[in-house]
Every structure is written in C-alpha cells, then in structure tokens.
Ligand binder design. Structure first.
Ligand code: NAD
Ligand code: IPM
Ligand code: MN
Length: 358
C-alpha cells in the first residue's frame, strides 16, 4: 500500500501563495517518484483569513492543522492589516498556530551554497563552508509572556511585555538542540543575555545542567550582542545555536542574509505531536504579485517535511541537489541575481528544479 500523508496547506499573504505553488509542484513530482501519496487541503490564514472571516486563524484552519500529518505554511502579513491591534493582526494567526500545536522548537538551517558565495555580503573566505542550525524556542519568551499590553499611566501611554521562561521550556528545547548537535559537528552555542536578564540567567543555568548528559557535545554560552557580532566575523565557527524566541528571530534573519538571501532559508517547527514547515522570511509585500519571489526557502521547507514527517531523507537530498545544480548552472531569482548570472522568475526556477528531480 502506498504511504499517504495528509498535508494542511496554508499559503497566507503576499508571496505566500506564489511560493506555495512552487513547493506543491515539487512535492507532486517527488510523490510520483517515491510512490507516496499526498492529500493536500488548503485553508485560510493571516490577512487572507481576516478578509474572509475577520479572524487570522479561523477555527476550521486550526482543526485542519490538527487533523493533518504536517502543515505547510507560506507567509502572512502586509500593509493592509498593519493598523489592526496586535491581537487581530495576520501575524497573530501564525503565533496562535505555533502555540496551539505546541511547536516549541523551530529549526532554521543556514548554509552557504558555493554558487552563492558572491551573493553574500561577507568576504568569500568568511562565508565559504558556513553550515549552521539555529534552534529557536518558539512557544515562549517575550512573544507570549504575560502581562502584556499598553496602559495609561500619569497621562502617558506605557507599553509593556514580559520575557518569561520556565525550566521545562528551556530544558526541552535544550535537549533537542543537544541531540541535533550530537549528530552534526558536536558544538552547541547557547545564546542569551544572562548578564542583564534574570530569565537568561535561568536559561544559562538550565542549559549548563543539561550539558551533563551530553559530555560529547561542546557547549559554549554567548551573549546575544556578541553572537550577532561573531556571526558576521566568524560564522564558520557556529554549528548549532540554541536560543529563545526573540533572539532566535533576529539571529536567524542575520544568518539568512549571510548566506545570500532570506529567500533561501527554510524551517521546521516541531513539538511532541505536530510538525509545521515554513520559510523564515515574510510575505515580502515589496515584490508580491510580480511572480519573482525566490521559492527555494519554501521548497526546502517542503524538503524538511519529506525528511522529518515522511521519513524520506533521500527525497530531501534529491531536492537539495536539484537546487544546488540549478544554482551552479547560474539560474537566479532577482534577489540573488548579479551580472553574469541568468535571471529567472518563480515559475522558471521551479520548473528548472523539477526537471532535475524528474
Ligand atoms: P520579509 O521577510 O517579508 O521581507 C524582507 C526583505 O526580504 C524584502 O525586501 C523582501 O522582498 C525580501 N524577501 C523575503 N523573502 C523573499 C523571497 N522568498 N524572495 C525574494 N525576496 C524575499 O520581511 P518584512 O518586509 O519585514 O515583513 C513583511 C511582512 O511579512 C510583515 O507583515 C511581517 O510581519 C511579515 N512576516 C511574516 C513572516 C511569516 O509569515 N513567517 C515572517 C517575517 C515577516
Ligand atoms: C518569523 C516571523 C514571525 C516571528 C512573525 C511574523 C510573527 O518574523 O517567523 O520569523 O516573529 O516569529
Ligand atoms: Mn522573523
């Protein structure tokens, strides 16, 4: 019997639907080649869902996610919805899914492709060979801490949020990061702000304690300001980075830019029960609707799904190889284009990648 996977497809806003189409085309070819079956069901999220239903995460969408083997997510957000209160914005839809599915760890691999060395803002010698993985805590920290809000005090508005982590939240993401480091180059950098924040002092204490169970992995602690700097000074020295929600958001975009374009970085968000795959970039309103978005981050996110949910590491590898070949042959979407390379749009790069898999 063919293996069958139920996939919830949430294209979202801006370039979300454009890049999702590319990923689905690639998955279609992979399913034939590997003799598996996908049942794709699409649902509304973000601004698209607000326009239709008034809610960035309609109940049916959440239900579909919970009934599926995996969720593929494009991106949400855009100017049209920027003036809504925080709680009603498209981004809230994404944050609510992460929380509801308890997706506590977000894996964001950043790798330098040799064909794209020139697209990096860093010198060749610094970027060549970079291969790191940011493990970002995704369901806690300042993103979800209470109390939060904007209040009136002495005739002035005061905005406030709370950064909070409990031991078990730190422990579960740290263990996962150690496990991942163990299967890579055995180095883990824990990023915090323990010199200033109590929440970070606890983070450091818990990560250090867990390290006792992972004597084969080298652990270093680094303050987030220094980490941001070392990432551009000596990115090759990083293997796995584990950090909280906010620091992970910032550091992973930095990693994206280093390796050429944000349009290249995929991610997998995992918890005990569910798995969710999305590129790390946003809805890119500046290029939406033009058909020129780089679909590779989304395609690589689908490839992570093939490995983690479908247990087909060879299919993932095949997609990665196809992408690498296309880049080696000089094909570039505009975000990566430079003189001497061949400019292609979303559909063209997708078809080139597909031809190599077929
Ligand atoms: P962004 O990631 O959307 O865009 C930043 C820059 O990178 C833009 O110049 C954009 O054109 C470029 N870019 C991003 N992805 C690209 C791709 N695949 N191909 C080519 N170029 C790409 O970040 P932003 O501009 O700060 O945010 C825009 C909207 O997206 C906001 O509403 C924000 O809240 C939202 N957002 C959503 C997610 C998500 O859904 N996961 C992530 C980040 C931002
Ligand atoms: C990301 C995004 C989201 C985040 C936003 C859109 C809520 O920036 O996935 O990196 O901050 O987590
Ligand atoms: Mn982000």
């Amino acid at each position: 019997m063919k293996k069958k996977f139920k996939i919830a497809v949430l294209p979202g806003d801006g370039i979300g639907p454009e890049i999702m189409q590319s990923a689905l085309k690639v998955l279609d070819v992979v399913s034939k080649k590997y003799d598996i079956e996908f049942e794709f069901k699409e649902a509304l999220v973000g601004g698209a869902a607000i326009d239709e239903t008034g809610d960035p995460l309609p109940e049916e969408t959440l239900k579909l996610c919970k009934e599926s083997d995996a969720v593929l997510f494009g991106a949400v957000g855009g100017e049209k919805w920027d003036n809504l209160p925080t709680d009603k914005r498209p981004e809230k839809g994404l944050l609510k899914i992460r929380k509801e599915l308890d997706l506590f760890a977000n894996l964001r691999p950043g790798k330098a492709y040799s064909a794209l060395i020139d697209s990096s803002p860093l010198k060749d010698s610094l970027i060549k060979g970079v291969d790191l993985l940011v493990v970002r805590e995704l369901t806690g920290g300042i993103y979800f801490g209470e109390p939060r809000g904007i209040k009136e005090e002495n005739g002035q508005k005061v905005g406030f949020n709370t950064m909070v982590y409990s031991e078990y939240e730190i422990e579960r993401v740290a263990r996962l990061a150690f496990d991942l480091a163990r299967n890579r180059r055995k180095k883990l950098t824990s990023v915090d702000k323990a010199n200033v924040l109590e929440v970070s002092a606890l983070w450091r204490e818990v990560v250090s304690r867990i390290a006792d169970d992972y004597k084969d992995v080298e652990l270093e602690h680094m303050y987030v300001d220094n980490a941001a700097m070392q990432l551009v000074r000596r990115p090759k020295d990083f293997d796995v980075i584990v950090t909280g929600n906010l620091f992970g958001d910032i550091i992973s975009d930095e990693a994206g830019a280093l390796t050429g374009s944000l349009g290249m970085l995929p991610s997998a968000s995992i918890g005990e029960k569910y798995a969710f795959y999305e590129p790390i970039h946003g809805s890119a309103p500046d290029i939406a609707g033009k058909g020129i978005a780089n679909p590779i981050a989304m395609i690589l996110s689908a490839a992570m799904m093939l490995e983690i949910t479908c247990k087909l590491p060879e299919a993932k590898k095949e997609i990665e190889n196809a992408i690498e070949e296309a880049l080696n042959e000089g094909y570039r979407t505009p975000d990566l284009w430079s003189p001497g390379t061949k400019k292609v749009n979303t559909e063209e790069i997708t078809n080139i990648i597909i031809e190599k898999i077929r």
